[in-house]
Ligand binder design. Structure first.
Ligand SMILES: Cc1cc2nc3c(=O)[nH]c(=O)nc-3n(C[C@H](O)[C@H](O)[C@H](O)COP(=O)(O)OP(=O)(O)OC[C@H]3O[C@@H](n4cnc5c(N)ncnc54)[C@H](O)[C@@H]3O)c2cc1C
Length: 416
C-alpha cells in the first residue's frame, strides 16, 4: 500500500456547492470526478468512507479501461503502480486443461488484464484528479438523501445534516446499495443470479499469467493470479452458504483440493471460516437511470455478476460516456437534463448485452457444473472448440477485455 493512501482520511475540505456533485468515490465516481474536473467543471466527490482500503473489490483492470488511460496519456504512469498481468484464461474441466480466452492478440495499447488492488487504482485516479483546481474530494461524507426543488434534484443531504448544492447535476455513483435504489428514486429490475461466491486467498511462490477456472465433481473454483497469492472464488448455488459451512471447514478444504490439488498449504491459508468471505451475487439494472438533475452510473445503475470481472470496467465506461456527453454542454452553460436520456440509452445497451451473456454463462455453464456430480462429463462443445482453435480464443478475450460499444474520450476531454 502506498503511503499516500493513508493520508486520504485527512482530506476534509468541503465545498457547500459545485456544478457537479458526485456521490461515491469508487471507480465510477473517481473517474467521472477526474474527467469533469479535467474539462474545467467545478466538481465535488463525496465519499462516505475515510479511505479507499476495502478488501476484495473488483481488481481486474481490463484493456478497455487502459485504452481510456492511454487516451489520457496516463497509461505508463498507471502501469508503474503495483500490479500483475493476465494474458488469458484456462479452464480445467474434470482434469483436462482447455485454453479458452486470449487477450495478448487484441489490438489495443495494453492487451492484458492488469490485476491491481482497487485502492491503488482509486488512489491513482485521485492523484490525477488533484492536479485540477476544479476537483475536490470530501471523505467521511455520507449522503443520506437527495435535495429537491420542485421536480428537479438540486443537491444532496449529508449524514451530519449539511446540504450540498449541485448547480448542474447530482451524479449517483454510490454502488449497488445506492440511494436511488433504497429510496426507490429510480426503478430497479432484478434479473436474478443463481450463484454466490466464497472468496479466500492462498499464498504461493511461483508467478503465473493466466486466469484459471477448475471444475470437478460439482465444485467450481476460479483462481486469479495475484503474484504472491491466489485470489480464489469458490462458486456455490445461491443460498447454499450455510449448508456448506455446516459441513465444516475440513470438508470445504477437501472440495477445494479435489478441484485444484496444486493449491499449497490449505490448512494455513483457510484455517477457519473467518478466512472465507461470502459475496452475495446480484444481477440487476435500473430501467431508468435519470431524473431531472440526477443521473446514476456504475454499480448504482447495474450490479453485475462476477463472470468476466467486468464490474469496474463497465463503471469506468459509464463515467467516460457521462463526461463525453455532458462536459462540453456544461462548459457552455447549456441545459443538461435533456441529454441524460442519451447516456442511459447508450450505456443500457452495453449493460443489457453483457448481462445477457452473464445469464447465459450462469444457465449453460455454472448451473450445470454445480449440479453435476461431474466426473466423466465432457466440457461444453463451445469450450472444446475454443481450446482446439487458438485463433478463436481472441473472441471471448475481445468480449471480456474490450466489452461492447466501448467508449472513447471526445473533446474537451481527449486533449492531453
Ligand atoms: C467481493 C467483490 C469482488 C468483486 N470482484 C470484481 C472483479 O474481480 N472485477 C470487477 O470488475 N468487479 C468486481 N467486483 C465489482 C466491482 O467492485 C464493482 O463493479 C465496481 O467497484 C463498481 O464501481 P462503482 O464505482 O460503480 O461502485 P463501488 O465500487 O461500489 O463504489 C461506490 C462508492 O460509493 C461509496 N458510497 C456508497 N454509498 C454512499 C453514500 N451514501 N454516500 C457517500 N458515498 C457512498 C462507497 O463507499 C464506494 O466507495 C467485485 C465486487 C465485490 C463486492
Amino acid at each position: 500500500m502506498s503511503e499516500a493512501l493513508v493520508t486520504i482520511g485527512l482530506v476534509i475540505f468541503m465545498k457547500s456547492s459545485a456544478d457537479i456533485v458526485i456521490v461515491g468515490g469508487g471507480p465510477a465516481g473517481m473517474m467521472a470526478g477526474m474527467l469533469f474536473a479535467r474539462a474545467g467543471i467545478d466538481t465535488l466527490v463525496l465519499e462516505k468512507h475515510g479511505d479507499f482500503l476495502r478488501d476484495f473489490r473488483g481488481d481486474t483492470v481490463h484493456p478497455s479501461t487502459m485504452e481510456i488511460l492511454s487516451q489520457l496519456g496516463l497509461l505508463e504512469q498507471f502501469l508503474r503502480r503495483p500490479h500483475n498481468r493476465l494474458s488469458g484464461g484456462d479452464v480445467n474441466w474434470e482434469g483436462r486443461t482447455l485454453a479458452v480466452a486470449e487477450f495478448s492478440r487484441l489490438d489495443t495499447p495494453a492487451p492484458f488484464i492488469a490485476m491491481m488492488p482497487q485502492w491503488e487504482f482509486l488512489d491513482f485516479l485521485l492523484k490525477q484528479a488533484e492536479a485540477y483546481p476544479q476537483f475536490a474530494l470530501a471523505t467521511n461524507a455520507e449522503v443520506v438523501a437527495v435535495a429537491q426543488r420542485g421536480n428537479r434534484i438540486d443537491g444532496v443531504e449529508l449524514a451530519d445534516g449539511r446540504v450540498v448544492e449541485a448547480r448542474k447535476l447530482v451524479l449517483m455513483a454510490d454502488g449497488r446499495g445506492s440511494i436511488v435504489r433504497s429510496s426507490a428514486l429510480l426503478p430497479l429490475e432484478d434479473l436474478g443470479a443463481p450463484i454466490d461466491v466464497f472468496w479466500f486467498k492462498v499464498p504461493k511462490q511461483e508467478q503465473g499469467d493466466r486466469l484459471r477456472a477448475a471444475i470437478c465433481g460439482g465444485t467450481m473454483l476460479v483462481l486469479i493470479d495475484r503474484g504472491e497469492y491466489w485470489q480464489c472464488a469458490f462458486v456455490i448455488a445461491k443460498g447454499n452458504a450455510d449448508s456448506i459451512r455446516s459441513r465444516g471447514i475440513a470438508a470445504f478444504r477437501d472440495r477445494i483440493r479435489s478441484a485444484a490439488p496444486e493449491l499449497p498449504e490449505l490448512e494455513r491459508a483457510v484455517p477457519d471460516w473467518d478466512a472465507v468471505k461470502l459475496l452475495s451475487v446480484s444481477l440487476d439494472r435500473l430501467t431508468s437511470w435519470h431524473r431531472p438533475g440526477l443521473l446514476a452510473i456504475g454499480d448504482a445503475a447495474h450490479a453485475m455478476s462476477p463472470v468476466g470481472g467486468v464490474g469496474i470496467n463497465l463503471a469506468i465506461q459509464d463515467a467516460v460516456c457521462a463526461a463525453n456527453q455532458l462536459a462540453g454542454p456544461m462548459q457552455r452553460g447549456e441545459a443538461i437534463d435533456p441529454l441524460l436520456g442519451q447516456i442511459e440509452r447508450r450505456r443500457l445497451f452495453s449493460t443489457r448485452v453483457i448481462q445477457a451473456a452473464q445469464r447465459a454463462a450462469h444457465r449453460n455453464l455454472l448451473e450445470p457444473a454445480l449440479q453435476s456430480e461431474g466426473r466423466g462429463k465432457s466440457a461444453p462443445l463451445l469450450m472444446r472448440l475454443l481450446a482446439r482453435v487458438p485463433l478463436l480464443q481472441s473472441l471471448p478475450g475481445r468480449f471480456v477485455g474490450l466489452g461492447i460499444r466501448r467508449e472513447r474520450l471526445t473533446a474537451p476531454l481527449a486533449r492531453n
